[in-house]
Every structure is written in C-alpha cells, then in structure tokens.
Design a protein around this ligand. Structure first.
Ligand code: HDE
Length: 733
C-alpha cells in the first residue's frame, strides 16, 4: 500500500507495507551532531589520554626485569585507573536494553491538534534514538525473560528533545507512583539471596500482586504472549498515560500514543523463550542489530487516540488511571506518521548505556495530565540520571544533547563540557543585554497548559479508579483460545514457582474476579480449588487508619464487548501476512539435492526471508551433483528455537547423514511442538516420518512434497510461515 493512501484522513486501520526505509535522506541532523565525537583508531598510533604516544603496551615499568612495578609508570596507572572506573550504575529498572538510530516523519500536518513543530510538515524527518528494554533483569540478563518491554523514543526536534518513554503494554501495574519502589522491590530478585534473576516467578512478586487488585489488568497482559515477543521489531508500543495535545490557538485535547509495528505482532511460546535464554540470551538484541545491518529497517506507525476535553468523564473508567486503556472500539487509533530505525549504534556504552530518557522532556504542543503515575515519573527520571550519569551535566553527553541550541545560565558541575563565554550567568541582567532572553510563544517558548485546579490537598485516590477487574476481564475474553491457554500456562508456571500456599490461594481469589473459568483452570493445575470466600478484604493497599472494606474494587457494571485489537493472533489491525526477515533453517548434510535447496532458497529470499543451513558439522557441504554449500550452524550452535520454520530438502545421502544421530529428528519435533511451519521435499519427507511427524499428523503447517519441484512446495511453505504459528497444535490445559 502506498504512503499516499495512508495519508487519507479516515481512521480506518490499514495494512501498510514495510518500506525498507526508502526515501531516507542522509541529512540526519543528530548523526551530524554526533560525528565530531566519534573516534576511529584506524591507522593511528596508540597514545595515553594526554596524547603521549605509547612505545610499549605489553610490559609495565619495573625495577629490573624480575623487579617490582614502579609507581612512576604513569602509562600503567592511567590505563588501570580508567579500567577500574569503567562501570556506571545500571538503571534501577530497564537495565537490560538495546537501541538504534532512525527518523520519524508525520504523514500530514497535525496542526489542528498540536503545535508541536515535528508534527506539522510531512517532508520533515526528525532524528530519533530508540531504546528497547526489559524491566526486571540486570544489564546482563536474558532478552527472553517474561517481562514488559520498554519502548523509549527520543525525538531530536527543532524545538528541543521530546521523549516518549513507553512500554509494549498499554497499562501499568499500579495507579500511584508512590507504589513503584514497592512494586519493583517485589519483582526484583529477593533481597536475602538475590534469586531469581529476571523473573517474576517467585514469592515476593506474587505476594505483592495478590494484595494489589489494581494490578490485575496489567497481570493479564504480562502473563500473555505480549511479554515474550518474537522480536522487538514485532511488538506494539504505548505511551500508557493520557497526555495532552495543544494547538496554536491554545485548544487542548487528551491524547494516547501507540506504536504499530509494520511487521505485525508476533510471539514465541514460553518453552521456546526459556530455551532461547540458554541458546542465545542476546536473541532480541542480535535480531534488531542484524535486521538493521541487513538493511531490513524496522518500522512502526505512530497512532493517536484523541479525546475532546468535554468528553473527559464520558468513559466507564478514568482517563487519568494508567491501569486502563481506551478500547479502540470507543476511540479509534489514527495513524499519523512513521518511525524507521536505520542505523545501529557506533558504541554501546556511549549511546545505549548513556542515553537518558525523561518523561519531562516535552515540546510546545504536548503537555501532561494529572495521571498520578505520570506525575511521579516526572520527578524520578531526572533524579535517577543525576546518580547514574554522575551529576547535572548529563545533557551534554553527545547522545543526550539536543540538536536545538541550548543557552541558559546554568553553570559548572562535574564534567562540564560547555565553555560559556561572558561575564553574566544570571537573569535579568543588563551587562549582556538581557541575554539569553525568554522566548515568546510565537518563538516556540514553552508555556504550560493552564489547567484549572480547585481542590483540597489530600492523600487520596479518586473513586473513579476503583474498577480493577472490568478491563482485566475484557483483555482475557478478547484472546483467542490458544492465547487464553498461554495465560493459563503462564499463571500456572509463575504461581507454581511460588512456595507459600496462601499467596497462591489469594491469587486464585483475584483471578476468579477476572474470569471464573481462568481461575478454575489455573487452580486445577496447581492442585488447589478456587477459594469460595475471601478471608480478608481483597485490597490491602490502603492507608493506616482506613477501613479496608471501603477500598474494595467495584465493577462498573458494564460488560465490555471483546476487542480484537487486544489479541496478537488474528488481530485485524495487522492484516498484512509477511515472512520478511523470518529465519528459516535448512537441515542439510553432504549429498543434498542442489535444486531442492536452491529453488526453495530463492523463493524464500524473494519473499524477504533469510535461509540458513544447519548441518551435522560445520564447513563445506557437497551436493549430489558436486556443488558446495557452507554450513551456517551445526546442531550444537543452531537450535530449532532460533528459527521461525524448518525445511528438509531432497537428497537421499543428505537425509541419511541427518539420520545418523538424533539431533535432526529432535530439531523437527521441537519445531513442531512450538507450532512452527515445517516442509520437507523428496527424500526429506523420510526424516519427518522418522521424527514421528508423518502423514498421520494432519496439519496445515506440516508440508510434505514427495515429488515435484521445490518451487511449488515453496508457495505452501511461505503461506504457512506467514501464519506465524499453527495454534491448532496447542495442547489445551
Ligand atoms: Fe519507568 N523508570 N518508571 N516506566 N521507564 C525508568 O529511568 C519510573 C513506568 C520506562 O531505555 C528509570 O533512566 C517510575 C511506566 C522505560 O533508558 C526510572 C514509575 C512506563 C524506561 C523510572 C515508572 C515506564 C524506564 C530507570 C512509576 C511506561 C527505560 C532508569 C511512576 C509508560 C528508559 C531511568 C531507557 C526507566 C521510574 C513507570 C517506562 C527509575 C517512578 C508506566 C521504557 O527513573
């Protein structure tokens, strides 16, 4: 579909073909800005940090060749001191992450809604830096943990930096920022033994959750396949909070932000996620890196849900409550622009590790709301950077530096880079003609939205926040049968790892409020029954002098219609079925049939997929006609969980070589168990049968071509892969 079609004003969801970044200009202002800071030692002498050329980088200076090292050795001391100080504190949450550069372009002017400069002109490409992350694990933890993914976007706009610091799940666990340290302490490894790493499947997390019914909507999302994406390139992003758009006339509207991936929404299965964590803990990081290196630039469309101010109270939930979505059926998501990631970082530490996002980085035309979670974040992000990046000048670090000019009277502090000229560093001044001067609104000066507030100062939560279950139920009931089964399995896994029985029981009590069938299915697997009556009030997150019974969740009474936009399988927002960038394993040994390999490979490549060979050994393989092929993996390095689909080409000798050990059959069985598409050609069909996947297993994702050429087989194979998974294989709990 062409971009121009997408420019139409209607709100209908469309399938937009990925563009591979076509039309991208080289004029990325942020990359130009970074260029002077890039160091390249090619062809250069080794030197100290003072520029002294080093003659011997192999031996420290000693008193005699067997003598003690001399303190005079300034070269050794500088090298070692720098090394000793190489680490900075990892992020307290979202420590594990990966990032890339790119650009954003709006489809048509959004002037009617916002005066933000980067949303006015469809020909303007705004540089961005995007960091994806998991929340709970340490910096070196696995990518495939069951977790929320961070989706943080820094727009380097002409009016200064705008950060949209979102997640891949549109709601959050808690309603008030003051509960965030409790939530994170409960989720992180337990403090006495620092176990488990990057996992919520332990007592403290579920203890906390079981006492906080407001988390149930988020729990449904976190236990769904949203928390185990196939790729960072295949997940949605959300701003979560309700923000404000303000136009040039000062008219404000509420807005929620969405990112819609053009490659669709895809997941792995939990058994696969756990195995990938062992086989390749960098799976998502590698996937993003390789896609960008290969020119398969990931893309998302920015979507907005806009609500008129007069409609603020017309929903059965509160727009300020971050545990709620606005169902797309109530307010459609309008797609207004496109984000393309087209360049990997030069240096992980300098860019990905040092980038500092802050919800408070906004530009004129965008403003906050009173969402109490957002309000707390506005304090936290700046505060955390002061410690993590060592002082108040972290905005000068190249990756954080805006492309808009910075002039103010802030001075000094650790690591100050800017050399501020002049006698004055205060305002007002006359000695410097009043410079730097304030900017009027017409000159992009930021003026906060003048929201009317007339209230008492209270520590209180609005009663409009008390419906904790309606949307949890909505989410669960909007899933396909296979996806519901995954939620049952995930809860069974997580609660099965909980060692304190009352916590499991309390959770079953809460799950029963979401959906009784869900609670019963989990209870059966835990060998428990759903408690008939709850011993204590459900909500234990109440002030000291309050009566907990007054804080019980209330359903608003309206049953919400299931929303197909909430599921990953058959989600109508992602009608495009593509196999672009999918990795297909070819199981091959010496004696393979050349046509059977090449025909399939060409067909897959034409469809944008990547074919890789997995063989009993590495090195050069020779086909039956004498042609050669390089093995990309052997069975130790190339597990089935690292691929989207498997193909066994023709060639009697090749199949015999694969059958010499159990690995190839195991590979196929595992791919089958994970509901992947499998195809075999000619003699390759024998291998399927030996793996117990013969014709007795009737399945659309199991494609056997006894004869004929591989090109014909390829058509069915490609259709099968584009379906992503064959959920009819799912074993229901
Ligand atoms: Fe964050 N969060 N957060 N968060 N968050 C941080 O900031 C915090 C929340 C999110 O790639 C920290 O620089 C509080 C919601 C992302 O560098 C810290 C609360 C959402 C990232 C912090 C929340 C997010 C962070 C840690 C509750 C989705 C990674 C390091 C009020 C809308 C950004 C840092 C990156 C990081 C605080 C809740 C997203 C401590 C207090 C809701 C994507 O400041």
């Amino acid at each position: 579909m062409s971009q121009s079609k997408n420019k139409s004003k209607n709100n209908k969801q469309t399938a937009v073909e990925p563009t591979n970044g076509a039309g991208l200009g080289a004029n990325n202002q942020k990359l130009d800005d970074l260029a002077p800071n890039v160091e390249d030692s090619a062809g250069e002498f080794l030197s100290t940090n003072q520029g002294i050329r080093v003659n011997d980088n192999q031996n420290s200076l000693k008193a005699g060749d067997r003598g003690p090292t001399l303190i005079e050795d300034f070269i050794f001391r500088e090298k070692m001191t720098h090394f000793d100080h190489e680490r900075i504190p990892e992020r307290v949450v979202h420590a594990r992450g990966t990032a890339a550069h790119g650009y954003f372009q709006v489809y048509e002017s959004m002037a009617e809604y916002t005066r933000a400069h980067f949303l006015q002109d469809p020909s303007l490409q705004t540089p961005v830096f995007v960091r994806f992350s998991t929340v709970v694990g340490s910096r070196g933890s696995t990518d495939l943990a069951r977790d929320v993914r961070g989706f943080a976007v820094k727009f380097y706009t002409q009016e200064g930096n705008y950060d949209l610091v979102g997640n891949n799940i549109p709601v959050f666990f808690i309603q008030d920022a003051t509960k965030f340290p409790d939530l994170i302490h409960a989720a992180k490894p337990e403090p006495h033994n620092e176990i488990p790493q990057a996992a919520t499947a332990h007592d403290t997390f579920w203890d906390f959750i079981s006492l906080m019914p407001e988390s149930m909507h988020m729990i449904m999302w976190a236990m769904s396949d949203r928390a185990i994406p196939r790729s960072l390139r295949m997940m949605e992003g959300f701003g979560v909070h309700t923000f404000r758009f303000i136009n040039a006339r000062g008219k404000a509207r509420f807005v929620k932000f969405h990112w819609k991936p053009l490659l669709g929404l895809h997941q792995v299965v939990w058994d696969e996620a756990q195995k990938i964590s062992g086989k390749d803990p960098d799976f998502h990081r590698r996937d993003l890196w390789e896609a960008i290196e290969n020119g398969d630039f990931p893309e998302w469309e920015l979507g907005v849900q806009i609500v008129e101010e007069k409609d603020e109270h017309s929903f059965p939930f509160d727009l300020l409550d971050a545990t709620k979505i606005i169902p797309e059926e109530l307010v459609p998501v309008r797609r207004i622009g496109r984000l393309t990631l087209n360049r990997n970082v030069e240096n992980f530490f300098a860019e990905t590790e040092q980038v500092a996002f802050h919800t408070g980085n906004i530009v004129p035309g965008i403003d906050f709301t009173n969402d109490p979670l957002l309000q707390g974040r506005l304090f936290s992000y700046l505060d955390t950077q002061l410690l993590r990046l060592g002082g108040p000048n972290f905005h000068e670090i190249p990756i954080n530096r805006p492309v808009a000019p910075v002039h103010n009277n802030q001075r000094d502090g650790f690591m100050r880079q800017t050399i501020n000229r002049g006698q004055t560093s205060y305002d007002p001044n006359s000695l410097r003609g009043g410079c730097p001067f304030q900017a009027g609104v017409d000159f992009s000066g930021f003026a906060s939205y003048a929201e009317k507030i007339d209230a008492q100062k209270v520590r209180q939560r609005s009663a409009s926040f008390f419906d904790h279950f309606s949307q949890a139920t909505l989410f669960y009931r909007s899933q396909t049968a296979a996806e519901q089964n995954h939620i049952v399995r995930a809860l069974t896994f997580e609660l099965g790892k909980v060692e304190t029985p009352p916590i499991r029981e309390r959770m079953l009590g809460l799950l029963a409020q979401v959906d009784t069938d869900l609670a019963n299915r989990v209870a059966t697997r835990l060998g428990l029954s759903v408690p008939k009556k709850l011993e204590k009030p459900m909500n234990m997150s109440v002030p000291a002098d309050a009566d907990p019974r007054k804080f019980q969740p209330k359903r608003n009474g309206e049953e919400l219609e299931p929303s197909s936009a909430l599921r990953m399988v058959d989600n109508p927002n992602f009608p495009l079925k593509t196999i672009k960038t999918r990795k297909i394993a070819f199981l091959v040994g010496d004696g393979f049939d050349e046509d059977s390999v090449m025909d399939m490979k060409m067909a897959l490549m034409k469809a944008g997929a990547v074919a890789m060979t997995v063989a009993p050994r590495l090195g050069v393989l020779t086909g039956v006609g004498g042609e050669t092929l390089n093995a990309d993996f052997n069975f130790l390095t190339g597990a089935s969980v690292l691929f989207d689909a498997v193909y066994v080409p023709d060639g009697a000798a090749s199949v015999a070589a694969l059958q010499a050990g159990p690995e190839a059959a195991n590979f196929l069985r595992e791919a089958y168990q994970h509901c992947k598409t499998i195809a075999a050609h000619g003699a390759g069909v024998q291998l399927l049968e030996n793996a117990g996947l013969g014709e007795t297993v009737a399945d659309a994702g199991l494609i056997a071509g006894h004869d004929g050429d591989a090109r014909m087989l390829a058509e069915n194979f490609i259709v099968g892969i584009a379906l992503h998974r064959h959920w009819e294989r799912e074993v229901m709990l």
